[in-house]
Design a protein around this ligand. Sequence first.
Ligand SMILES: C[S@@+](CC[C@H](N)C(=O)[O-])C[C@H]1O[C@@H](n2cnc3c(N)ncnc32)[C@H](O)[C@@H]1O
Length: 322
Amino acid sequence: MSREPWESAWQRALYGPGGFYRQPVGPAGHFATSAQGIPGVGRVLARAVVALAEQYDVAHVVEVGAGRGELLRQVHALVPDLHLTGLDVVDRPEGVPAAIDWQVSPGGSALPDELGPLTDVLVLAHEWLDVVPLVIGEVDDEGELRVIEVDRAGDESLGDPLDGASRQWCQRYWPSAVEPGDRVEVGTTRDDAWADLCSRVQHGVVVGVDYAHALDDRPMYGTLTGYRDGAQVSPVPDGSCDITAHVAVDSLETDWRTTQRALFGELGLVAPPAQHALSRSDPERYLAGLADRSAGLTATASPGLGDFVWFAREVGVRRSTH
Ligand SMILES: C[S@@+](CC[C@H](N)C(=O)[O-])C[C@H]1O[C@@H](n2cnc3c(N)ncnc32)[C@H](O)[C@@H]1O
């Protein structure tokens, strides 16, 4: 079977004709995120988005990588007046209310030409950058970083040496890869995709949320993996599974970053324990309180969803936390 660099194999497997993300089931058919698939957590996430939109005093939320609109529907239910726009690689999914605008995007690092200039906006990229394909390299026996190539069955071999830009990125952001077999996930395509997204905003904030690492906790063998039918699997670039790798968040141009656990705590999104006395006087409210509390704890659990990193680039706006 022929082999090619991971970057192009990954792009085709997820976004090419018949690619993984073009299939009718959508991401929710294969894995859960904070936006969907875990009872109550999507609502907590929606409340976080609404709170940030209020803190930045913006009237429009754009979600890049909106799946099938799961999160935006919940934001719409909370604040019907907020202008919402979803972008993903498929046509407007069934059931997305007409009040929510929808734009089709090419996929991976590419965004639609007609996106922007955006003003008065919060752009959210929830688990987008981790599915933007990148160059994967490995240190060979001579200590040189070479591009890893892969075939459709997922078998790998070493190809050309990394190009100059990739090598420079690794020297700065992934210097720990020196021993034969050490792997790197070169963040340049994500840095560029993030910069492109930020450049579409004239006045507003761009917020990313992803599994991430930084210089002091860079993984030695990388994080590339796959998901299919609810299970983690070996990444195979044949369109049958998601392919994802954590984001090197420190190489992105950002103004702040924090963990989901810290942010949701700060925003007061974890409900206090339900009062036991209510179980007799108002059992419905008691059960709703229990469910809220449980969703808040799940969204902020560490290890777990609470370890997700939130990062933002502000364009002519500042967050008001009063
Ligand atoms: C991991 S899923 C996350 C979906 C949703 N945000 C969630 O958290 O449940 C990534 C999504 O990003 C979409 N995506 C990838 N590249 C994109 C692009 N350039 N523009 C818009 N959507 C994109 C994929 O099609 C997929 O639906």
